[in-house]
Design a protein around this ligand. Structure first.
Ligand SMILES: O=C(O)[C@H](O)[C@@H](O)[C@H](O)[C@H](O)CO
Ligand SMILES: [Mg+2]
Length: 403
């Protein structure tokens, strides 16, 4: 099954997506998501200049060998651009292998470990009351788990909170990075009130999640985790920047609030100390940034040794190709926890058709051979790429901060 052709489709139906298509001599094709939000064209150049020419003529069935060829062969290991490129190739090759076998991808991975995949929704509001209304809407849609983010008095815009009611928040919303202002003090004094309000109105059964987006120091994260223990969060996400894995030792010593990390990680090595020391509870790296199925399943296996479960990243900046493959992975992986779900816009869904379904707060995997997602290339041409940048964050005195 030789690779005959490989090319990229860059399109912006609602937001930018980069898709790699690999075509084999036998006529079977597969696709992988190569989108790296705000840095899309860096992955395009990496694939077009350095990866695609070396793929032509290779045997598409040798997924493992191609993974190591691209990873070890580059010499320059890891990093989001390299790993997004490798991920796209890997997922496209698994799509091809499953199609050639006539099986949905989850069967090739080892079959179903569960009937359905629990997801969490994003609920954001300019203040606590507006956020509670969003929770109410999502509970009525059947969600069992919600991520809550509310505006903080005294902070004009806050990343992760939609600008207008009923809208989704959009991280990459301007050609040049927007500048936000941040105050840790105001945030820390306010945010526990949000969880108290959610529990009071919706009771104990709803799973409640929250994303800190890397903005605290370890001791501040420890304080937050401790203060919100009475509200039994499902997880507190990215409470500190995690380049220094050791930071989690301190947080863990102070709190039993479960911790999720890893949407910006791209390698098993980013997780080693966190897992071996049992400092975290959920791994977040999506298939499109963590080296595809071949590498992320190794991370999930290592995590399983320490009772750590998966909770894959799933915002709109990962394409339906990534989400579709993730739903197969989630259906199979023994140590599944939850799947993030931020619904794509209708025009995105027109360009990327898929056979996964959402029902009653869960995803149901499809039975089409492969990962069940394909792209309408003609329609994709109607939505040209538009440069879009993620924001930056400054403290009130102007110091550049984590966002
Ligand atoms: O938990 C999440 O869903 C995330 O934090 C996203 O909102 C990211 O910030 C975004 O994917 C960056 O591109
Ligand atoms: Mg996050």
């Amino acid at each position: 099954m030789k690779i005959q052709d490989a090319y990229l489709i860059v399109t912006s139906p609602g937001r930018n997506f980069v898709t790699l298509k690999i075509v084999t001599e036998s006529g079977i094709h597969g696709i992988g998501d190569a989108t790296l939000n705000g840095r899309e064209m860096a992955v395009v150049a990496y694939l077009e200049e350095h990866v695609i020419p070396a793929l032509i003529g290779r045997d598409a069935s040798r997924i493992e060998d191609i993974w190591h060829y691209l990873y070890r062969g580059a010499y320059w290991r890891r990093g989001p651009v390299t790993m997004s490129a490798i991920s796209a190739v890997d997922v496209a090759l698994w799509d091809i292998k499953a199609k050639a076998a006539g099986m949905p991808l989850y069967q090739l991975l080892g079959g179903k470990s569960r009937e359905r995949v629990m997801t969490y929704a994003h609920c954001t509001g300019k203040d606590i009351d507006a956020c509670l209304e969003e929770v109410d809407k999502h509970v009525k849609l059947g969600y069992r788990a919600v991520r809550v983010q509310a505006g903080v008095p005294g902070i004009p815009t806050i990343y992760g909170v939609a600008k207008r009611e009923g809208e989704r928040y959009e991280p990459a919303d301007s050609a040049i990075p927007a500048e936000h202002v941040w105050s840790t003090e105001k945030y820390l004094n306010h945010v526990p009130k949000l969880f108290a309000a959610v529990r009071e109105r919706f009771g104990d059964d709803l799973h409640v999640l929250h994303d800190v987006h890397h903005r605290l120091t370890p001791i501040e994260a420890a304080r937050l985790g401790k203060e919100v223990e009475p509200y039994h969060l499902f997880w507190l996400e990215d409470c500190v920047p995690a380049e220094n894995q050791e930071s989690f030792r301190l947080i863990r010593q102070h709190t039993t609030t479960p911790l999720a990390v890893g949407e910006v990680f791209n390698s098993i090595h980013d997780y080693r100390e966190l897992l071996e020391n049992q400092w975290i509870d959920y791994i977040r790296t999506p298939l499109s940034h963590g080296g595809g199925i071949t590498h992320v399943r190794r991370i999930a296996d290592l995590a399983a040794l320490y009772h750590v479960r998966t909770g894959f990243h799933g915002p709109t900046d990962l394409s339906p190709v990534c989400l579709g493959a993730a739903i197969h992975f989630d259906t199979w992986v023994p140590n599944f926890g939850i799947q993030e779900h931020m619904p794509h816009e209708e025009i995105t869904e027109q360009v990327f058709h898929h056979d996964y379904r959402f029902e009653d707060g869960h995803f149901l995997v499809g039975e089409t051979p492969g990962h069940g997602v394909d792209i309408d290339e003609e329609l994709a041409k109607k939505y040209p790429y538009k440069r879009a940048s993620l924001p930056v964050n400054r403290l009130e005195d102007g110091t550049l901060w984590h966002w």
